[in-house]
Design a protein around this ligand. Structure first.
Ligand code: SAH
Length: 392
């Protein structure tokens, strides 16, 4: 098939040669004037050397996102190979196993297709296109999911209306592409969670904290634990099940707290109380009560412009927790803001510790798990970072 050709300006080929998958609008020397959003295009250097195949997006600063660095046809077979590779990788790493049937099946650039997210909940797949170019491939991707998962597949739900840009979102409606609505309860390291991807935030569950929840369990026995920004209680369930004295879960969303309570119940643990309230409000009178505190706020910065305010927000939250935790307490602190990189986050925590004037030791640096792969070519993909602090 003949795809439209985009020629780059001289010297703009290097980033693609280093396998970074984005082409910025300023790098383009020549393109067809008829190009439409989502069209498949081939990128060439100024010396007419093939660099990659991707999909075009007009308007924004990123004009093309690369989905292949070798010349190929973007058809059913292409998508099958991409998705099958991602699935086999997760099986080989035993991310899906007897005790865990939930994982991210496909993670955008990390799995070789910017803009494509697939989450797997015990055979139920949530499809989220973050770009129109991916959305246009929906039929091929659906066929590939069916081929890859075979009889394990129970349903596919399209939840792209909230991740596509406004203009494209109007042309997409959330709904089942395959199968129907069912009650879903998944297992994560043998802990049970009810999943509501239709009404829940993102695709229904924060799958990216699996390994970090396991680590919290390790530090929870006999402890008084506070899980702030708890959402559906992932950290709370692990901590309570691992024998915490008591776990307090806090989230400003009542529907999140309702799901959190339900998950606690599913796991047959009693040592738990929940509060539908703002975290800062809740922390006002909580000096010297908690041995362990989890801080997992929503992304404080969604764009570069809000980076500065985000840093102030992380510093304030962390300084507060470091000040009020009991002596020899442990803090799990996270940031999922892509624009706040790990170094800035570490420095922000340092600033918070200095402000709090307590003796702090760093026990762990945390990151997203292997089903959210980070590649050396695309540092931007490393969005989740965390630290575990010992506060004397
Ligand atoms: N730790 C969770 C994911 C957190 S997502 C997990 O492992 O599943 C962030 C959560 O913070 C959301 O549920 C959102 O409702 C909540 N939230 C946002 N602002 C808040 C605030 N000021 N106080 C308390 N909760 C808040």
């Amino acid at each position: 098939m003949d795809y439209s050709k985009i020629i780059l300006n001289k010297g703009k080929e290097f980033s693609l040669q280093r396998m970074h998958p984005w082409v910025f609008s300023g790098a383009i020397a020549k393109k067809d004037s008829t190009l439409a959003d989502g069209d498949i295009v081939e990128i060439y250097s100024n010396q007419n050397q093939y660099l990659g195949t991707g999909y075009y997006s007009g308007g924004g600063s990123i004009s093309v996102r690369i989905i292949s660095f070798v010349k190929t046809e973007i058809n059913e077979e292409f998508w099958f190979e991409k998705l099958n590779k991602a699935y086999q990788y997760r099986l080989q790493l035993s991310i899906l196993n007897e005790t865990t049937n939930v994982c991210r099946l496909f993670f955008g650039e990390g799995d070789g297709v910017p803009g494509l997210i697939l989450d797997y909940y015990d055979g139920h797949v949530v499809f989220q296109a973050h770009s129109w170019g991916v959305y246009l491939q929906k039929d091929n991707i659906t066929t590939a999911i069916k081929r890859v998962l075979g009889s394990a597949l129970k349903s596919i739900y399209d939840k792209s209306a909230e991740t596509l840009s406004k203009h494209h979102a109007e042309k997409s409606v959330n709904g089942f592409i395959f199968g129907t609505d069912q009650e879903i309860i998944v297992k994560e390291n043998n802990h049970l969670f009810k999943i509501d991807f239709i009404n829940g935030q993102k695709t229904g569950f924060f799958i990216d904290q699996r390994d970090n929840r396991q680590l919290l369990g390790h530090y929870s026995k006999g402890k008084t634990v506070l899980n702030t920004f708890c959402y559906t209680g992932g950290f709370s369930v692990y901590s309570a099940a691992a024998g915490a004295n008591i776990v307090h879960s806090v989230d400003s969303s009542q529907s999140a707290i309702t799901l959190c309570d339900k998950n606690i119940e599913l796991n047959n643990v009693q040592n738990h109380e929940s509060y539908a309230v703002d975290t800062f409000e809740f922390l006002k009178d909580k000096q010297n009560i908690y041995d362990v505190i989890v801080l997992d706020p929503p992304a404080f910065a969604k764009s570069r412009d809000s980076k500065h305010n985000a840093v102030i927000g992380y510093k304030r939250l962390n300084a507060l927790a470091i000040k009020l935790i009991k002596p020899n307490g442990i803090i799990f602190t996270f940031s999922c803001s892509g624009v706040v990189d790990k170094y800035l986050f570490y420095n922000t925590i340092t600033a918070a510790a200095i402000e709090a004037r307590r003796n702090v030791k760093i026990l762990h640096y945390l990151i997203q798990p292997a089903d959210h792969p980070v590649t050396p070519y695309f540092a931007e993909g490393e969005y989740l970072k965390g630290m575990v602090l010992w506060v004397e």
